[in-house]
Ligand binder design. Structure first.
Ligand SMILES: NC(=O)c1ccc[n+]([C@@H]2O[C@H](COP(=O)([O-])OP(=O)(O)OC[C@H]3O[C@@H](n4cnc5c(N)ncnc54)[C@H](O)[C@@H]3O)[C@@H](O)[C@H]2O)c1
Length: 321
């Protein structure tokens, strides 16, 4: 485990011990880092060890831990003393409320207690980092590192720099995340909602509209996601799904469905057709994963994955239906 650790950072401070703070504590403690959890709420501090142990116990039962629970949990301490929590930390993961004014004040306060090298990352779900880091003394050290929930099961984080974040801070954050078993994707230009929540928002906007218009019930809409779209997406993603839907890959799919998708967008006031250059760009990238000459083979591999998911989903039926 230790050889995987990022050599420059030993201690990580987590600010806010709610669901995401606890989740990050598990991710980093599991990778061997020493964690200091800070919260202003005594109840959150007092319950943090139990909440972490409960989750570690479930992870262990599913063979998702490489060490004993006690070894991992011994790396985490919780305190209401901010200075103590931050002392010696090389990386801070902020997990407080999703309010821009709160994060703006907190980021200035945090940096007043930290050495110049320490990186300050926010777990923000949607707020562009420049909106709360611009007034810092050293905004080059700050960025967003947005996880999915729960972070210890969704091994992906969006790394979102502001224009002022240094490239060194971006690459150090990426290597820290990778050392903790997370894939890190860099999201440029800090769009509100980044990519995770922009995609989620697009789906939810349409889902609400369909329910509003009496097209479908909420339960049936989720059934389409669970048994249909979401099942394939979880294996090969949105572009991957298009590429394997139609022989000929992305371009054939766009020829068949593109205009119809564009008209559906227009119905909702979105006029954003896909140019041939854009389709070409997507097709070039996706064909590296799904080359035309391997199409049949990849379709069978997808089906094999769907069979395994089908078996797994049968065990989880009671969660939904
Ligand atoms: N819940 C999700 O699905 C999710 C997913 C990804 C990112 N996020 C983001 O992560 C952040 C935290 O979300 P959450 O769901 O864990 O919220 P939460 O409400 O569960 O936890 C927030 C914690 O911050 C603490 N807090 C409040 N003021 C504080 C302060 N001044 N200093 C230190 N701690 C303070 C609260 O006591 C609480 O424990 C938000 O920015 C949220 O948007 C949430």
């Amino acid at each position: 485990m230790d050889e995987k650790k990022n050599k420059e950072i030993e201690k990580i401070a987590i600010v806010g011990a709610g669901s995401i703070g606890i989740g990050w504590a598990i991710v980093f403690a599991r990778a061997g880092y020493s964690i200091s959890l800070f919260d202003v709420d005594q109840i959150q501090i007092a319950s943090s060890a139990t909440r972490i142990d409960e989750r570690l116990t479930l992870l262990s039962r599913h063979n998702l831990l490489k060490e004993d629970i006690a070894v991992i949990s011994s790396r985490v301490s919780a305190t209401a003393d901010m200075k103590l929590a931050l002392s010696g930390a090389g990386y801070i993961q902020e997990c407080g409320p999703e309010k821009v004014e709160f994060k703006r004040d907190l980021f200035q306060e945090l940096e007043s207690h930290l050495s110049d090298e320490a990186i300050i990352a926010s777990s923000s779900s949607a707020i562009a980092p420049s909106r709360f880091t611009a007034e810092m003394k050293h905004p080059q050290r700050a960025l967003v590192v947005h996880p999915g929930n729960p972070p210890y099961l969704l091994a992906i984080a969006e790394v979102v720099p502001s224009a002022q974040t240094s490239e060194q801070v971006i690459s150090k954050s990426v290597s820290l995340l990778e050392s903790a078993g997370m894939s890190a994707v860099i999201v440029r230009n800090e769009p509100e909602g980044f990519v995770f929540n922009r995609l989620q928002g697009a789906i939810l906007r349409e889902a609400y509209a369909l329910v509003r218009d009496g097209v479908i019930s909420p339960r049936e809409l989720d059934e389409i996601m669970i048994k249909g779209l979401g099942k394939r997406w979880s294996l090969i993603g949105a572009f991957g799904t298009s590429a394997l839907n139609v022989r000929g890959g992305i371009k054939s799919h766009v020829e068949r469905m593109g205009e119809s998708y564009w008209r559906m967008g227009q119905e909702r006031g979105v006029n954003d057709p896909w140019s041939s250059d854009l389709v070409e760009k997507v097709a070039d990238d996706i064909s590296l994963r799904f080359p035309d000459d391997l199409w049949e083979e990849k379709v069978l591999q997808r089906d094999l994955g769907l069979m395994k998911l089908t078996q797994l989903f049968q065990e989880n039926e009671e969660l939904n239906f």
